[in-house]
Design a protein around this ligand. Structure first.
Ligand SMILES: [Zn+2]
Length: 260
């Protein structure tokens, strides 16, 4: 009789362990996201981003040559490399980012006031527009005075080739969907930006892939106080204010690139 009882106990124990180990354990981890078709611009399946190649330059307005720094190349290299790793991680390898740095500083044809105009608010979007146009004409078009076969015609093949401009001036700017970013050299050499320099670069870079801001600034009448509303916590919203290692691209944002 005790044999049957023992068998019954063993049976019960294995049934319970099956339930415990196989059925009853909730899946708390997130499945890695998958891309079934090539990734594309934010909300724009017509523009693929499987391979992105950034052209990076140091742009110095003609009247700012005395402020020009020597280690700009190392600063660009270090920060582009961080952006590359961040991008790889966020897009899980479905979008690859490479970069090429133009060897010489580009001395602008004009002085700062031409690039900046008299309004450098909102990240200096005027300088982004004017410097990008000059670089396009001089460096990236055959016949431009900086066009050089070794650099310009040997850029790696890519779906998307945005420009990152390290600017000897003020500002940080990237227009939504436009293939250029401007960021002041000061972000990488001044203490006050130390925490968020690469994050700012990445935030502006992701505008070029079509992502809008995750926040809106409202100015309260009479006080000039800025209040943020509609804030996301990722790099396009609140997460733009800390180090790159501590921020991310939200999963809803990534879905709009085709990452399921
Ligand atoms: Zn922004």
């Amino acid at each position: 009789m005790w044999k049957y009882f023992a068998l019954l106990l063993i049976g019960l124990a294995s049934a319970l362990s099956f339930l415990y180990f196989r059925v009853g354990v909730p899946k708390i981890y997130r499945e890695p996201a998958l891309a079934t078709t090539p990734l594309h611009f934010y909300d724009n399946p017509q523009k693929p981003i499987s391979r992105i190649n950034v052209t990076a330059v140091y742009f110095v307005p003609s009247d700012k040559q005395t402020e020009q720094i020597d280690n700009w190349r190392e600063l660009l290299e270090e920060n582009l490399s961080k952006l590359q790793k961040f991008h790889e991680l966020q897009f899980q390898g479905y979008s690859r980012l490479t970069y090429k740095i133009y060897e010489q500083p580009i001395i602008g044809e004009k002085e700062s006031i031409f690039y900046d105009t008299d309004n450098t608010n909102k990240g200096n979007p005027e300088a982004l527009r004017t410097t990008a146009a000059e670089i396009e004409k001089r460096l990236l078009s055959a016949g431009g005075d900086l066009w050089n076969d070794k650099f310009s015609s040997q850029l790696p093949e890519a779906d998307y080739q945005p420009l990152i401009i390290l600017y000897e001036g003020v500002g940080a700017s990237g227009a939504v969907g436009e293939p250029a970013v401007l960021i002041s050299r000061r972000y990488f050499t001044e203490l006050e930006y130390q925490q968020e320099n690469t994050t700012t670069l990445a935030h502006e870079f992701y505008h070029t892939l079509g992502i809008p801001d995750g926040y809106q600034e409202k100015i309260q009448e009479g006080y000039g106080l800025q209040i943020e509303k509609l804030t996301t916590s990722d790099i396009m919203g609140l997460g733009r204010q800390g180090p790159l290692e501590r921020t991310y691209l939200g999963s809803q944002t990534l879905q709009r690139f085709g990452l399921e």
